[in-house]
Design a protein around this ligand. Structure first.
Ligand SMILES: NC(=O)c1ccc[n+]([C@@H]2O[C@H](COP(=O)([O-])OP(=O)(O)OC[C@H]3O[C@@H](n4cnc5c(N)ncnc54)[C@H](O)[C@@H]3O)[C@@H](O)[C@H]2O)c1
Length: 391
């Protein structure tokens, strides 16, 4: 099937000291006679305001989960497109993630997507290159592609390393005012847990369950370590848990993990038969994997981070299979004696686009000690961030 794209470059002054740069692919597909969706002024406004307040290191994926395939009277209508916004899309992770979302790896190959790719003004050339490549991929799922430019941020904000300024608050306010209440937000930019917490705090009209922080990369790293140790496929290892913060205090825990060895499901501890390794080098390897990748690549993890973001949203969209859980940074309700109200990574199951913390797993003294350390760090991060927000 031949797909033709026409670039329409338009520059629109925004309403919140912001601007939107819209080179877009308006798709002409005569064979399928696809309807072209237009970018409404409402959506433009929302994204402009959102982009104005993006933190330098904040990487967010906002997905409108309200849209989905519709089945009426037993007949499946053509699926409505899922609207996806990826901020920092011209960056390393964005480069891989945009393709993954566009290829159907996240929402399914039968679900069309409308991509909103957002970055700062100096990256517009690069982002335009990403758009060109997405066009050249001729991805059947990509129905529309929007390139959005944030306002040039004041240098004071650009110099900040983390979220400890006003940015997450403003961003939360923007979401509060303009985003759909059903929006699902994945925060990848570090410190991911606390960024997500602050973002949510300033968006009180959006359910706090709709915000999440990414610890799936750590989860996948741990899964890969166990599969390599046992010499089994990575798909034969499940129910690993990353507890706590996406930082070196995280606790990768295989006490409840299952490996399929020679056709039989066995606890990972029994399969590995080396608790010193599982309580020592395995944990530190996962905790320090990000630093090891930086040392080797001279750049931070990008392809694997994009795959993890893709997995995270995939499971949120499609649900977790029976008997399987994954790790996700979500609001702590105090489960497992963790501090309430921080964005803590837990084992979760996903169903009907909602997460539930897996309950009742036995926690031994060793694990409790680790949970306490990472919980304490999250409280400190939260308090520091809130103190700066008040200034
Ligand atoms: N949670 C995790 O597991 C995990 C893993 C890897 C990386 N990360 C974090 O993800 C983030 C992105 O990583 P990367 O490697 O893609 O970084 P990168 O520097 O390659 O890309 C970041 C992009 O964000 C853009 N940007 C900066 N300010 C912006 C603003 N105000 N609005 C919109 N875009 C803006 C930059 O122009 C750049 O294109 C970093 O904070 C990194 O630490 C998290």
């Amino acid at each position: 099937m031949k797909i033709f794209f026409r670039y329409l470059v338009r520059y629109v002054e925004g309403v919140h000291n912001g601007r939107i740069f819209k080179p877009f692919l308006k798709k002409k597909d005569h064979m399928e006679k696809q309807k072209l969706f237009t970018f409404t002024s409402n959506q433009s406004l929302s994204l402009t305001r959102l982009s104005d307040s993006m933190h330098k290191n904040l990487f967010v994926i906002c997905i409108d989960f309200a849209l989905n395939a519709i089945t009426t009277h037993g007949k499946t209508k053509k699926a409505e497109p899922v609207k996806v916004c990826i901020t920092g899309a011209a960056g390393q992770i964005g480069y891989s993630l945009v393709y993954m979302v566009g290829s159907g790896a996240v929402f399914g190959t039968n679900t069309p997507v409308v991509l909103h790719l957002l970055d700062i003004a100096p990256m517009m050339g690069v982002l335009n290159g990403v758009c060109m490549e997405i066009s050249d991929c001729a991805l059947p799922c990509v129905r529309e592609l929007y390139l959005l430019m944030t306002q040039q941020l004041p240098s004071k904000i650009l110099m900040q390393l983390f979220l400890l300024g006003q940015c997450p608050a403003k961003k939360g306010q923007a979401l509060d005012q303009h985003a759909k209440k059903s929006v699902k937000v994945l925060v990848v930019g570090n410190p991911a847990n606390t960024n997500a917490l602050i973002c949510s705090k300033y968006a009180p009209s959006i359910p706090k369950e709709n915000f999440s922080a990414m610890t799936r990369l750590d989860h996948n790293r741990a899964q890969a370590q166990i599969s390599q140790r046992l010499g089994i496929p990575v798909a034969d290892v499940k129910n690993i848990i990353i507890w706590g913060n996406h930082s070196s205090t995280q606790f990768p825990d295989v006490s409840h993990a299952i490996a399929t060895v020679e056709g039989k499901d066995v606890p990972v501890y029994d399969a590995v038969k080396d608790s010193d390794w599982l309580k020592g080098d395995f944990i530190t390897t996962v905790q320090k994997r990000g630093a090891a990748v930086i040392q080797a690549r001279k750049l931070s993890s990008a392809m694997s981070a994009a795959k993890a973001a893709s997995d995270h949203m995939h499971d949120w969209w499609h649900s977790t299979p029976e008997g399987k859980f994954v790790s996700m940074g979500v609001f702590s309700d105090g489960s497992y004696n963790t501090p309430e109200g921080v964005m803590f990574s837990f084992p979760v199951t996903l169903k009907n686009k909602q997460w539930t913390i897996v309950q009742g797993l036995p926690i031994d003294q060793f694990a409790q000690g680790k949970l306490d350390i990472t919980g304490k760090e999250l409280c400190e991060e939260r308090d520091e961030a809130l103190a700066v927000c008040k200034e």
